[in-house]
Design a protein around this ligand. Structure first.
Ligand SMILES: Cc1ncc(COP(=O)(O)O)c(C=O)c1O
Length: 464
């Protein structure tokens, strides 16, 4: 750390934070009596430094899978600065130079897709997709085909409509009543199939997809407009759907004319080793939402990308004054977002970070499996690319989840060792037992060894 803040300065910052800032996802009482709020002062590559000057290796890309190209990227900062002094903002009813260039570049990575709608957060992107589904229902189906299916354990954002599409009961708790018209389908976590009635020993993927069809038939296919799924479930436990799942999902959507909306807010732009998570599975979505890694947190940008067929439904009758997507996002017109996103994508290409993600992801998966041989508390290891999870269990035979306090103790122990890892947190009642790893796409073998050495030590300390 370059010592930008003197000790006095930084204690003033800590006090200002303690007195005035309301942090996300954290209880504040301990700040009054026991601990200081954590201030992250600086970052470089995969490392961050806190207010005490303590160095941490960040294995979760900014806490929530975001800083995919690592900290301190001057090319992104320069691109944003240059753009802001030339033209910082105009409402999205007009275009901008970086907006047009990034849309063109993004579409070149997404065969079969054609239109990019800009906004600022993953929640907002998903809300807009839901609005499109509803408007299509009104325009074409007399309002009837308006229901949106979402999956148990998936998360799509923090707003009330996104929570209505939220498959994480603990995260939703105390925020109801929710928006009508969102219908849950079962999860596809093979490791926990013993908890699902009728799940077979073989062909679980196909069975899990067929559960979606059962829900559609129960609700009435003429009432269901869209199916919204994460390509790899993130906060619900890092879940990759088993073989046989995605082809069946695509078939079902086609059969009942249901739009397939893939939420790439976490997986999008490289995290799993392809540009988009869905591209592992040979499926063609109608709508794709993305946010976190689009500009690696250097600017707030999210995108909703649609096929031309979806776009066309909003432009096919210019004589109708209501026949367009009547939506606005004020800050969707900020040019810093696409300027940062262009520079971010350039880094991924120049440094061949998709290849690195595949190579380092495979390396990390092997190392996690080796850790599972040593620690019986690791019941399952899973994930894709540099997006991996290790589910901790009290007992391998019953697969009962490990005590959540102990799971959090593992995270705390790693933090004390200077390594930041994650864990599912207040998402699923009694099942917040998965350690989460999502290092930046620049991770090296040394970084991964460092991360997993800390996990090894922490597991020994907490579970011995
Ligand atoms: C899969 C998924 N979708 C949507 C969101 C919401 O994104 P945001 O926090 O940018 O609104 C998240 C956030 O973690 C997410 O994990």
């Amino acid at each position: 750390m370059d010592g930008t803040f003197s000790e006095n300065d930084i204690s003033r910052i800590v006090e200002a934070d303690r007195a005035n800032v309301w942090h996300h996802l954290i209880q504040h009482q301990p700040f009054e009596t026991a601990i200081d709020p954590r201030i992250i002062v600086e970052g470089k590559g995969m490392k961050v430094w806190d207010q005490k000057g303590k160095e941490h290796l960040d294995a979760v890309s900014g806490g929530v899978w975001t800083v995919n190209v690592g900290y301190g990227r001057e090319s992104i900062a320069d691109a944003v600065r240059d753009q802001l002094v030339k033209m910082n903002y105009f409402a999205g009813s007009a275009g901008s130079i970086p907006g047009a260039l990034f849309a063109e570049k993004l579409i070149s990575k997404m065969p079969g897709m054609s239109r990019v709608y800009y906004m600022n957060s993953g929640s907002e992107a998903n809300e807009k997709a839901f609005k499109m589904v509803r408007q299509i229902a009104h325009k074409r189906y007399g309002g009837k085909k308006h229901k949106i299916l979402y999956r148990d354990r998936d998360y799509h954002g923090t707003t009330i409509a996104c929570l209505s599409a939220g498959g994480q009961d603990e995260r939703n708790a105390q925020y109801g009543p929710f928006t009508p018209g969102f219908i849950r389908v079962p999860h596809c976590l093979e490791y926990r199939k013993h908890e699902q009635n009728g799940a077979p020993l073989e062909n679980y993927g196909e069975w899990a997809a067929n559960q979606i069809e059962e829900v559609i038939l129960r609700e009435g296919p003429d009432t269901v407009g869209a199916l919204c799924l994460e390509p790899v479930t993130a906060g619900g436990g890092v879940i990759e759907a088993p073989d046989g799942y995605w082809p069946r999902v695509a078939e079902i959507c086609k059969k009942y004319e249901i739009l397939l909306h893939i939420d790439e807010v976490v997986c999008g732009v490289g995290r799993t080793g392809t540009w988009f998570g869905y591209q592992h599975y040979d499926i063609q979505p109608d709508m794709v939402t993305m946010a976190k890694g689009v500009a690696s947190g250097y600017a707030a940008i999210a995108c909703l990308v649609t096929s031309e067929a979806v776009f066309d439904m909003f432009k096919n009758d210019p004589t109708d004054p209501m026949n367009y997507f009547r939506d606005i996002s004020t800050f969707g017109g900020c040019t810093s977002g696409p300027a940062a996103a262009l520079a971010n994508m350039q880094i991924i290409e120049d440094e061949e970070l998709l290849d690195n993600t595949n190579n380092m992801g495979a390396y990390m998966l092997d190392k996690l499996n080796a850790l599972a041989e040593k620690h019986v508390v690791i019941g399952d290891v899973r994930g894709k690319g540099l997006f991996l999870g290790a589910e901790l269990v009290a007992d391998r035979t019953s697969r009962d989840p490990a005590d959540e306090k102990k799971v959090q103790a593992v995270v705390g122990n790693c933090m004390a060792q200077g390594v930041i890892i994650g864990a599912t947190n207040r998402s699923l009642p009694g099942k917040n037992n998965t350690l989460c790893f999502s290092p930046a796409l620049i991770a090296t073998k040394d970084d991964i060894n460092h991360i997993l050495d800390a996990v090894d030590t922490a597991l020994s300390a907490v579970f011995s």
